[in-house]
Design a protein around this ligand. Structure first.
Ligand code: NAD
Length: 291
């Protein structure tokens, strides 16, 4: 009998489309090394998987946990045995644990956004917040803010999408005030809002520009971006010049990755160390991808 147990082997895979340039393998694996884990993080690109492929096919080949990204955050729900309450309400997962053969879905996008916001902008007021973008990231951000009891106004160029998200969150949080907002009314909403979050792709590499009319920003506003390539977006540059407190998309990305790593291994990642690593990675790589 060996007197010490062999360290657990963690074989993690990211499932999604167009993930070839993902930062996640480097971000996860470097932190896992620092934590002394036996951990690998590989890519399972849907473009290269056979039709009908399922998560369990990878489990049979030794995968012990998953990150899940665009376009399958919702599509994998039917393959899971269990869902965390948050993932059930959000209707999307980004992490799947495998325990005794059971696949359980979790969502660390919303908790990652909130942790990043609290860590990066402590002491801000966030009773009224505008969220621009009602897609995957916007849903997680709006959900996270609704959990805190904030009044959330959701704007999307696709007004049906904003309306659907506001309706879904109102059903989940009947006491919360969550409404949809026509994008042209963002400046008006800013006169009563404490902060605003960009959850559209505008500002990322290949999608230049500003996601909304920034002329109503004043120094009493905080501005958060979910875009992390680049970390310094045109929105954050503009908002900072207006005197606003700003938070880049790296805060959400790192906190989300740390929470996923913790769920998959039980270890306690170091946020500051991961953040430093992300900054180095984004400085050296610029291609747009899904993480
Ligand atoms: P998505 O396509 O699901 O949703 C984007 C939404 O933005 C769409 O509903 C679209 O109609 C809307 N939109 C686009 N331009 C707009 C504009 N000018 N005004 C209002 N609405 C507009 O995309 P997604 O998966 O939610 O990703 C959005 C961004 O968030 C991407 O840049 C992605 O890389 C980033 N992201 C970051 C993190 C993180 O951890 N920091 C996590 C997930 C996604």
């Amino acid at each position: 009998m060996p007197d010490t147990l062999a360290p657990a082997r963690h074989r993690i895979a990211l499932v999604g489309a167009s993930i070839g340039g993902s930062l996640s393998p480097a971000l996860h694996e470097r932190e896992a090394v620092a934590l002394g884990l036996d951990y690998t993080y590989s890519l399972l690109d849907l473009d290269r998987l056979p039709p009908g492929w399922r998560l369990r096919d990878a489990v049979r080949r030794g995968v012990t946990g998953f990150n899940v990204t665009h376009p399958v955050k919702q599509a994998v729900l039917g393959q899971l045995d269990d869902l965390s309450p948050d993932a059930r309400t959000l209707g999307a997962v980004n992490t799947v644990t495998v325990t005794d053969g059971r696949l359980a879905g979790h969502n660390t996008d919303h908790s990652g956004f909130l942790a990043g916001l609290r860590h990066g902008l402590p002491d801000i007021r966030s009773e009224r917040v505008v969220v621009v973008g009602a897609g995957g990231a916007g849903s997680a951000v709006a959900y996270a803010l609704a959990v805190t009891g904030a009044r959330v106004e959701i704007a999307d160029a696709d007004t049906e999408r904003a309306h659907a998200l506001a309706t879904r969150l109102t059903t989940a949080f009947p006491d919360a005030e969550i409404t949809n907002l026509p994008p042209d009314l963002i400046p008006t909403a800013l006169t009563r809002a404490d902060g605003i979050v960009n959850a559209t792709p505008i500002g990322m590499t290949g999608h230049p520009g500003l996601p909304f009319d920034t002329r109503a920003l004043t120094p009493r506003h905080w501005v958060a971006d979910v875009v992390y390539r680049p970390l310094q977006t045109a929105l954050l540059t503009t908002a900072h010049a207006e005197g606003c407190r700003v938070l880049d998309g790296g805060a959400m990305l790192v906190a989300q990755a740390a929470m996923t790593l913790a769920l998959l291994t039980g270890a306690a990642p170091d946020l500051a160390r991961m953040r430093e690593h992300l900054s180095a990675l984004t400085a050296s790589r610029t291609e747009p991808i899904h993480d």
